[in-house]
Each structure stands twice: as C-alpha cells, then as structure tokens.
Design a binder for this molecule. Structure first.
Ligand code: FES
Length: 270
C-alpha cells in the first residue's frame, strides 16, 4: 500500500464526486450560525454608534455596550471611571477603549473561529460536503496572524468583565428611594454578568493559564483544582458564547427602552 504523501495532502482538499455525500440537513447548523452572528453584528453596530439611550439615571443602569463610558458627552454618573476631556465626534463609540478588545476577543475565540470558518468562509463547510476552496492555508496568512493574539485579548476581556460586574452592582444601591432596591433590570444585568463570566472563564486560554505547562499537578494543587473547574466550564464554551450574546442584547435592549421612555423598570423591592 502506498504511504500517504505528507506534503501535498496538507493543502489539497478532498475531491468529492458529488456536492455532498450527506443525506441529513447538514446545512441547518451553518445557516443558523450565520444568521445568529449576522444579527448580533447588525444590532451591536447600530447600538454602539447610536450614542444615545445607554443610561438610566434613576437606577444607574448602564448598557454593557457603553461601558466604560469615556466620552466627555457621557452622563456624569455613567462615567464610573471618569471621562476624557474631549467630545467624541459622531459615530465614535463612547466605550472606545473596551469595544475593540471585546471584538478581537470574540473574533479570535476558538469556538467562533470554528463557527465562522464553517458557516461564513466555508473552509470546510461540513464533513463530507464539497467546499469552494481549492487549497487550505490554515492560519498562516497575514490576515490570520491576529488569531494568535487571543491569549492577550483574554486578559483585557477579563478586566472588562470585572468592569461589567461593577456596573451590575452599582444599580442595587440606587432604588426608587435612593437606597437599596431590586428591579427587573438588576435581574437582567446579573444574568448577563454570569453569562459573561461563564464565557470568559471557559476560554481555552484561561484553561491554559491555569493548568498549562505544568510538569506535575501534584505540586500545584490549587492550579490543578482551578484547571479542573475551568475544564468543566470549557466543555460548555459554545453555549456560554451564544448565551452571552443573547443576554448582552437583552440587557442593552432593556436599558435602551427604559432610557427612551418606552418602558419603566418593574420593581420588586424599592
Ligand atoms: Fe473562546 Fe477564548 S476560546 S473566548
């Protein structure tokens, strides 16, 4: 039997006699993935550039798409970490420092790479489905090199999730009478922060930081326990990815509707 040619097959794509050998509805997953990602990109783009309806003064609700709010135009109480002494021109996001890193963190995520390589770029589309590309270059082209920076984007995303956590805690101390209070907005923000932490901590880079490159787990029991816990979360990384997208949209939409005067907060306590 002829041994496989190890040089050529790395780039050559398998030639299928038909468009697909599959008989199931394999296209459903890439279709829903494309629609889901496109919906999030469109919604987030519109909201980030809107420069309005991001803050509810009465209960100090701040949407995560504008956190930390840095522009001179930010409502003073919304700028928990201070404002820059310059007004941002139209179409410049108020959360200018955090959004690029969050975008890079998501775009370079190992799960999202799989999702958009398959559904959008179609390399490969699915098992046993003919793909449109003649060759495979992996992540070696210049455009793909930022994918290697994922571990660094993780550190920034970790810090921004801590900021989101602070944004979530502050409204508890701005009830209707100015004291402690709980409303539906608080609940939505808590769920969102939990999903954001789930997504951030289940990151493959986080797992590697905790337990990677250790010669002996026995000599590092704390890191071993953390690595074990994060490995369990890591199993659900895809679910946290989609759940956090859903809760980000829900939180932002709730804050935007309140800020626009369309709805008022449903209060459970004060
Ligand atoms: Fe998905 Fe790191 S692998 S966020």
């Amino acid at each position: 039997m002829t041994p496989p040619d190890r040089a050529a097959p790395a780039r050559a794509r398998i030639q299928l006699p038909r468009r697909t050998l599959r008989t199931d509805r394999w296209w459903l997953a890439p279709l829903f993935t494309t629609l889901g990602l496109a919906a999030f990109v469109v919604y987030a783009t519109l909201r980030v550039f809107q420069q309005d309806h991001y803050w509810v003064q009465e209960h100090h609700y701040l949407t995560p798409f504008y956190s930390p709010c840095l522009a001179a135009q930010c409502a003073p109480d919304a700028a928990l970490f201070g404002r820059l002494p310059v007004e941002f021109p139209p179409l410049v996001p108020y959360a200018l420092l955090s959004l690029p890193f969050l975008l890079l963190f998501r775009v370079t995520c190992y799960y999202y790479r799989k999702a958009y390589y398959r559904s959008v770029w179609q390399a490969p589309t699915a098992c046993a489905v003919r793909e449109p590309h003649r060759s495979y270059t992996g992540e070696t082209r210049p455009l793909m090199l930022p994918q290697n920076g994922h571990r660094y984007f993780f550190y920034v995303a970790f810090a921004i999730t801590a900021v989101n956590t602070w944004d979530m805690l502050v409204p508890f101390f701005h009830g209707t009478d100015g004291g402690f209070g709980v409303g539906l907005g608080n609940v939505i923000m808590v769920v969102n922060v939990l999903m954001l932490w789930g997504y951030t901590l289940s990151c493959h880079s986080c797992r590697h930081i905790m337990g990677g490159r250790l010669r002996s787990f026995g000599r590092h029991p704390v890191r071993y326990r953390l690595w074990t816990g994060i490995s369990r979360l890591n199993d659900r990384h895809m679910y946290f990815g989609w759940a956090s997208i859903a809760t980000l949209i829900a939180t932002d939409a709730y804050v935007a509707l309140m800020a626009g005067g369309v709805i008022s907060d449903l209060r459970f306590f004060n």
